[in-house]
Design a protein around this ligand. Structure first.
Ligand code: GLN
Length: 319
């Protein structure tokens, strides 16, 4: 197995399973992997994430260990390859999503590689906030008003937010921008897999710059920009600091460089009533709210918490 190629290639959540083992052999492998996880202080559930993807087993049969009695289980990799992958998780602290090449997000699965940030569960709320912002009085099932038809996802990475927006606003076009060609290749592959290429357009470039022809026309600008202060990055978990792209994490000395840029530049691109919506770090909310206020083009500035209660999202409307 060439593990570098494994990480670099896009893997499909519906990959072929070509190696067969007995349930008993897989059970023994899993038992040993769980013990190693505990010793290495890696969450033990991650063994099952790996097996759900690479052995096609569901969570319940893993948890109840009913797979143990099966004569044959088909795997995408041999048990010795699984062992090598698991060692990379434990010793090199490679996130399990980079090992499987897949990250679940909202109700779909995204291909990921070290060229893109692994989409986080808290970021899922950005899509719900965009829906609520565009439909202030939802009357379920709430069709998005046609006026909210042009969205931008700036720094799209794996394409998670762009895809989430395209699914939430079935009549909208989403403009997905990233500086990284490698990230855009993954975002494009994800859009293709989820059959959304007709409604998501991809642009290589910096923030709003590639969207010059859309000035004054965007219904919403959404971003999970890099917001970690540079000096804090080496203190993050090794999974993040050593494996996730710093381009997607590093927000400069105070973490706010990209957010300041988005506050300053978005008003030229948003239509009146257009939504400005970003994710940020704990402790940044009051500064971001002040930046929006001082800029002068925004109204109804709001801060929203994530599911852990941390102020995580800032939303405002273009006057
Ligand atoms: N939420 C990510 C983390 O915790 C950071 C993402 C970002 O900088 N936008 O590492």
């Amino acid at each position: 197995m060439n593990s570098k190629d494994d990480l670099d290639s896009l893997s499909s959540p519906l990959r072929g399973r070509e190696v067969c083992v007995s349930g008993q052999a897989l059970w023994q492998w899993r038992t040993a992997a769980c013990q190693q996880a505990i010793a290495a202080q890696v969450p033990v559930e991650e063994v099952d994430w790996l097996l759900q993807d690479l052995a096609g087993l569901d969570r319940l049969s893993l948890r109840l260990e009913t797979f143990k009695d099966r004569d044959v289980i088909w795997l995408a990799r041999s048990l010795s390859d699984l062992t090598l992958l698991w060692q990379r998780r434990l010793q090199e602290r490679v996130p399990v999503q980079y090992l499987t090449g897949v990250a679940p997000w909202r109700h779909f699965a995204l291909n990921v590689s070290p060229a893109v940030l692994i989409p986080r569960p808290e970021t899922e709320s950005l899509i719900d906030l965009a829906i609520a912002a565009a439909c202030p009085t939802p009357d379920p099932p709430y069709p998005a008003p046609l006026t909210y038809s042009q969205w931008a996802d700036l720094g799209t990475g794996s394409g998670a937010i762009a895809i989430g927006l395209a699914m939430a606003f079935p009549a909208a076009t989403v403009h997905a921008v990233d500086r990284s060609a490698a990230a855009l290749a993954i975002a494009r592959a994800n859009a293709q897999q989820l059959k959304l290429t007709d409604r998501i357009q991809f642009y290589e470039g910096s923030w709003l710059q590639p969207l010059a022809t859309l000035k004054g026309q965007l219904s919403g600008v959404v971003s999970n920009p890099p917001y970690i202060p540079t000096a804090m990055i080496p203190t993050l978990q090794p999974e993040v600091a050593q494996h996730e792209p710093h381009l997607a994490l590093d927000g400069g000395a105070d973490g706010l460089n990209c957010i300041r840029h988005l506050v300053a530049t978005a008003p030229d691109y948003l239509q009146p009533g257009g939504v400005w919506l970003i994710e940020m770090m704990a402790g940044q909310a009051s500064t971001v709210a002040a930046l929006l206020q001082e800029q002068g083009s925004y109204c109804q500035i709001q801060i929203y918490p994530d599911l852990a209660g941390i102020d995580r999202f800032a939303l405002a409307y273009r006057r």
